[in-house]
Design a protein around this ligand. Structure first.
Ligand SMILES: CC(C)(COP(=O)(O)OP(=O)(O)OC[C@H]1O[C@@H](n2cnc3c(N)ncnc32)[C@H](O)[C@@H]1OP(=O)(O)O)[C@@H](O)C(=O)NCCC(=O)NCCS
Length: 167
């Protein structure tokens, strides 16, 4: 496991962090990495499980209660570099866009998913393996693909309606 914290990391009770092949072969070709820069705020609530994934937080990443995050996921609340070539090449991180990420209670993020800046995942939603999530996902739905699209609603979901999605 690799943790670099220059901001705030808060982890609730019952956290399960699988790092490396012996902890979970899924995504076990990498390790769990939590990287929080100055001004970054990573909040992990209770009973969250994460396997061999990387979270990079320069703004805000919030993970709700009872969330499962599969092997080899990437959660980045930043583009890392400016889209403007002059800024990117000459001015370090200046002009880089960032936006908070919220992953709702009881959601399930399939292995090798990438969640990009500004995305909120509603409570109890499921993201299919290998998805690239570029837009917010309402509560109680399955989304998958690149870019992730609506697949279907979950049966028997106790989650609330779309107003549950944090913007
Ligand atoms: C998302 C998921 C849970 C959906 O399962 P399901 O309800 O049985 O869905 P289906 O297999 O019936 O597929 C429904 C549709 O979604 C598509 N789909 C399913 N999973 C997808 C994925 N990961 N990426 C892109 N499309 C996907 C199917 O192709 C199908 O499309 P169609 O309606 O056009 O034919 C499952 O496909 C999945 O990705 N599981 C991965 C679990 C995982 O990563 N675990 C992590 C372990 S660490």
């Amino acid at each position: 496991m690799f943790i670099r914290n220059h901001g705030i990391i808060s982890i609730g009770s019952g956290f399960r962090a699988n790092s490396g092949f012996t902890a979970n072969p899924i995504g076990g070709d990498t390790v769990l990495r939590l990287i929080v820069n100055h001004h970054g705020r990573l909040i992990i609530k209770d009973r969250v499980g994460i396997s061999n994934s990387t979270i990079v937080c320069v703004n805000s990443v919030e993970i709700g209660n009872d969330v499962f995050i599969g092997g080899n996921c990437k959660i980045w609340d930043t583009d890392f570099h400016s889209l403007e070539p002059e800024q990117r090449i000459h001015n370090g991180s200046q002009g880089t866009r960032t936006a908070p990420i919220v992953i709702g209670d009881r959601s399930f993020i399939g292995g090798s998913t990438i969640i990009l800046k500004g995305v909120s995942i509603g409570s109890e939603s499921v993201i299919g393996a290998g998805s690239v999530v570029t837009k917010s996902v309402p509560a109680g739905e399955i989304w998958a693909g690149n870019p992730a699209r609506f697949v279907r609603k979950l049966h028997n979901s106790s989650s609330r309606d779309e107003s549950d999605v944090h913007q």
